[in-house]
Design a binder for this molecule. Structure first.
Ligand SMILES: Cc1cc2nc3c(=O)[nH]c(=O)nc-3n(C[C@H](O)[C@H](O)[C@H](O)COP(=O)(O)OP(=O)(O)OC[C@H]3O[C@@H](n4cnc5c(N)ncnc54)[C@H](O)[C@@H]3O)c2cc1C
Length: 382
């Protein structure tokens, strides 16, 4: 196992200070290691996640070689030749587990932002003290965007949030964590080959969730109550003016509708599996409030906005992979983790084999199935 940094590198280096997992502690489980602390319903801080993964590296006896950067992988001699910062390696098979979120995905719009406005991504952002005083435009209203908008607003800054397609979820439902429901009702076990539109499922934004000791819901209504101004999707920039799409009402109704459908699925599961008595009564939540008037543009040169935080998602980095298996959008071409080139495998990508593949606890079954394939491949003589 080659790791360019340290064990749990992404959790140590690429996250902001206040971040906690959005998956509850009991859900942090890896083969032979599970959370055994006093707060199964709490959410780990970054320090706790790092410790957890370090412990897993020890418990599993994983042969990790840290500080080894893989700079190239190419096909050679019936397998692969890897160039690394510690020399060359030949391997018959390679498992790409380099992560799905190596770089922030920032739209080309950022190039035209006037230089007087400072720009941040979740990789560079640590806490509000880094930002200049004054207004902040947060772009993107998925897990990262809603969390950073709330934190920046709480620091006393005026915050505008540009909202595109999003997934609304309550933190708890009928007294249980919403992710308990996803797990129990089998939503996250859905296999990649059963998903209707796999490309879409793999690109779905993260849900609007935050892990806090109070288990608070952080949806757009909560942000509006905090004084965050909502605007539409950032569509263009012209002469230093950010232009936003209209249609917030439609976007909000769609997200509300999808949430209600999901809650219906949970209710149906509770009823048919005889679990109704174990949980609270069904709940429904107020629709997302549409602002009375929404601004369609913002002059970025007026001084109102001093900083932009791009919470527009992440993407993988395969700059080191010299095998033609990456598509035009920068995504690896694979079938359930079996990459198009014999002997090449992938793990840890969205909906790799199941909807839960993106999450720490989703790796167990994916890894088993992918390594089964790999073992069969190795069993055939060269
Ligand atoms: C902001 C954020 C919040 C998240 N919150 C949650 C959560 O609450 N719960 C949850 O279950 N999941 C969460 N996730 C998803 C989480 O990232 C995955 O569950 C998990 O970390 C994926 O692990 P991984 O090992 O596949 O990828 P990573 O953690 O990205 O690890 C990949 C490793 O590969 C190394 N690497 C990359 N390229 C090379 C190279 N060329 N040579 C050598 N080494 C290399 C990197 O240094 C890194 O350590 C979150 C993700 C993000 C971005």
């Amino acid at each position: 196992m080659l790791e360019r940094g340290e064990v749990a590198n992404s959790w140590r280096r690429e996250r902001w200070d206040s971040l906690r997992l959005l998956t509850p502690n009991w859900q942090s489980r890896l083969p032979g290691l599970r959370y055994e602390g006093l707060e199964p319903d709490g959410y780990m801080t970054m320090g706790e996640v790092t410790e957890f993964i370090e412990r897993f590296a020890k418990v599993s006896g994983a042969p990790v070689r840290t500080g080894v950067n893989v700079t190239s992988v190419r096909q050679a001699d019936g397998g692969y030749r890897l160039a690394t910062s510690s020399g060359e390696i030949h391997a018959r098979t390679v498992v790409i587990a380099s992560g799905a979120c190596n770089q922030p995905a920032v739209p080309a719009l950022h190039d035209a932002v006037p230089p007087s406005v400072e720009q941040f991504t979740p990789f560079g952002y640590r806490n509000p003290s880094q930002l200049p005083d004054g207004g902040v435009l947060v772009v993107g209203a998925s897990a990262t965007g809603v969390q950073l908008a709330a934190e920046l607003r709480q620091s006393g800054r005026p915050v505008t949030l540009s909202v595109g397609e999003h997934v609304r979820l309550p933190r708890t439902y009928r007294g249980r964590d919403v992710l308990w429901w996803m797990d129990a009702a089998g939503v996250w076990d859905q296999r990649y080959d059963e998903v209707e539109d796999l490309t879409r499922a793999r690109r779905l934004p993260s849900p609007q969730l935050v892990g806090t000791p109070e288990r608070t819901t952080l949806d757009l209504n909560e942000l509006t109550s905090m004084g965050v101004e909502l605007v539409g999707r950032w569509a263009a920039i012209r002469d230093g003016r950010a232009l936003f799409s209209g249609g917030l009402r439609n976007m909000f109704s769609l997200a509300d509708l999808k949430m209600v459908r999901l809650l219906d699925t949970f209710d149906e599961w509770a009823r048919t599996s005889g679990r109704d008595a174990e949980v609270g009564p069904p709940e429904r939540f107020p629709p997302t409030r549409v602002p009375e008037s929404t601004r369609l543009h913002l002059d970025l040169q007026s001084g109102e906005i001093r900083a932009i935080v791009w919470a527009t998602g992440f993407r993988p980095d395969y700059g080191w992979l010299d095998v033609p298996v990456v598509d035009a959008k920068g995504q690896l071409r694979h079938e359930g983790g079996v990459v198009e080139c014999p002997g090449l495998y992938a793990l840890g990508l969205p909906v790799l084999r199941r909807r839960k593949s993106t999450f720490i606890y989703g790796i167990t079954i994916d890894a088993r199935e992918v390594t089964d394939h790999l073992a069969r491949y190795l069993a055939v003589p060269e």
